[in-house]
Design a protein around this ligand. Structure first.
Ligand code: FES
Length: 246
């Protein structure tokens, strides 16, 4: 099961000057071309989505005699490749989240825990796996200091993924909680359109990616003449995909 998040923007009856628009975002580890269909039906909404449009020539068109050398063609297609792990993806609408507990969600094949870090006043998106014995952190809780605490042995993590407490570690022993192996991967995340978006790559070079690249902007979701309906359900991707194309 993968997460599917859909945002509906419907114009109010009194301002019915445009057709109701439907916008949707999906997550899937396989490169299915739904996003390219969205970007082709209207102006591209982000650089990342734009690159999803196929540039394959029609099979009915004869190959020109002055076609570029094969190596050149290969270079171009390599650079046009859509990088599925270098783009923003919607995770959850804020309205579906409770700040008092961690939440589990699977997006892009990655098990995520989403939780409210009250110390930084931010939603955090992290790997849903405790580095100790791999228990799901989403089964844990938010402790009294506002940290994410694993349900199994009580390790506590801050919003940067650093382990801040190992209850069983002797106070006069080595500071094992500071070891790199005790950290949890944190994914870049941002709130836009009242939806949490995440960048599915926790490498340090992407830490501040939100400053240079934003999630796709959907103007209807910010237009007060439209009403919004957010829906978030775990359903088989193939099923909803087929449903939309029927
Ligand atoms: S598995 Fe998380 S603290 Fe042990």
């Amino acid at each position: 099961m993968e997460a599917a998040l859909a945002a509906f923007a419907v114009p109010l009856p009194r301002t019915l000057t445009t057709k109701p628009r439907f916008t949707s975002s999906f997550s899937n580890p396989k490169p299915i071309s739904l996003l390219s269909c969205i970007s082709k039906s209207r102006k591209p909404i982000s650089d990342g989505f734009k690159t999803a449009v196929s540039t394959s020539p029609s099979p009915s068109i004869a190959t020109p005699t002055n076609s570029p050398p094969e190596s050149e063609t290969r270079d171009e297609s390599e650079s046009d490749k859509f990088d599925w792990y270098a783009n923003w993806y919607p995770v959850m609408p804020i309205c579906d989240l409770d700040k008092k507990v961690p939440h589990a969600k699977k997006v892009m094949g990655i098990d995520l825990v989403i939780w409210w870090d009250r110390n930084e006043s931010q939603w955090k998106v992290m790997d849903d796996t405790c580095p100790h014995r791999l228990a799901p952190l989403s089964d844990g809780r938010i402790d009294q200091k506002g940290r994410l605490q694993c349900v199994y042995h009580g390790w506590c993590f801050n919003g940067s993924g650093d382990c801040k407490l190992i209850p069983q570690a002797p106070p006069d022993g080595p500071p094992v909680h500071t070891f790199k192996q005790a950290c949890v991967a944190v994914y870049p995340s941002v709130v836009q359109h009242e939806i949490i978006w995440f960048w599915p790559n926790s490498e340090p070079k992407y830490k501040n990616i939100a400053e240079t690249k934003k999630p796709p902007f959907i103007p209807e979701l910010e237009d007060p003449s439209f009403t919004k309906l957010m829906a978030n359900r775990d359903i088989p991707y193939g099923l909803i995909n087929q449903n939309f194309f029927d």
